[in-house]
Design a binder for this molecule. Structure first.
Ligand SMILES: *[C@@H]1O[C@H](CO)[C@@H](O)[C@H](O)[C@H]1NC(C)=O
Ligand SMILES: *[C@@H]1O[C@H](CO)[C@@H](O)[C@H](O)[C@H]1NC(C)=O
Length: 210
């Protein structure tokens, strides 16, 4: 009878410790996230949505990794304390469920984001996210096409101006020639003619000859 009881107690203890161990292995912490891979454009916002469950108040830490760079974005304990790194303080929004909002994205923000959840007991779990940041290409294209259009307009205007100038010049030349010719005809023998240079005198007899 005693023997049997002892076994019972031992069984229960073993069962309990195994259960506890399994629980520990599986982690009392759970991180649920609907989406692990995100793509955004420059200047947009991104929301890393997670729902953290743990026993007690967890410590949530977000880390950014890209190539050789690894830096802490922020650490917070829901309802207790929040510590966001200075570089990110204006752009990061921490949430109690572990989520993090990052606004005004830059190209350098592309990379891996890891959330690490740590329990008071010391166990921790983490989850990674991939963020792609695209350049706003259509704006560049728009800018390019607008500049091309402006340049084309400018070139067109210049050509028009040159054509007009050329036309005006020809007209002025023609007008001056026309204004001079009757003068020459009428005032050929006037005193003004005498003041003019030698070729004029030579021309007159030649014209008379021909
Ligand atoms: C975490 O909380 C935020 C804000 O309350 C909510 O928008 C988001 O959906 C939550 N995330 C999950 C995975 O439940
Ligand atoms: C906030 O975190 C930084 C580094 O992550 C640390 O140097 C600083 O002491 C922390 N500040 C507080 C108030 O915990």
């Amino acid at each position: 009878m005693w023997h049997l009881r002892l076994w019972d107690v031992q069984d229960v203890a073993v069962f309990l410790s195994i259960t506890l161990y399994m629980c520990h292995l599986a982690g009392a912490i759970s991180i649920h996230s609907p989406q692990r891979s995100l793509t955004r454009s420059v200047q947009e916002d991104v929301f890393f949505s997670v729902d953290v469950a743990s026993s007690g108040i967890p410590t949530i830490q977000w880390t950014f990794m890209s190539g050789a760079v690894s830096r802490t974005i922020g650490t917070w304990q829901p309802g207790v304390s929040t510590n966001i790194t200075e570089d990110y303080s204006s752009r990061v929004q921490p949430y109690d469920n572990g989520s993090m909002g990052l606004s005004d994205l830059r190209l350098q923000d592309a990379g891996y984001y890891v959330v690490t959840v740590t329990e008071a007991a010391g166990s921790s779990k983490d989850a990674g996210f991939v963020l792609k940041v695209n350049e706003v290409l259509y704006e560049d294209l728009q800018y390019l096409s607008v500049s091309a259009l402006a340049l084309a307009c400018l070139a067109g205007l210049l050509m028009l101006a040159m054509w007009l100038l050329d036309k005006a010049y020809r007209r002025i030349v023609a007008w001056r020639r026309r204004r001079k010719m009757p003068e020459n005809d009428v005032t050929e023998l006037q005193p003004l003619d005498r003041c003019q240079s030698e070729p004029r005198h030579e021309n007159t007899p030649e014209a008379a000859q021909s």
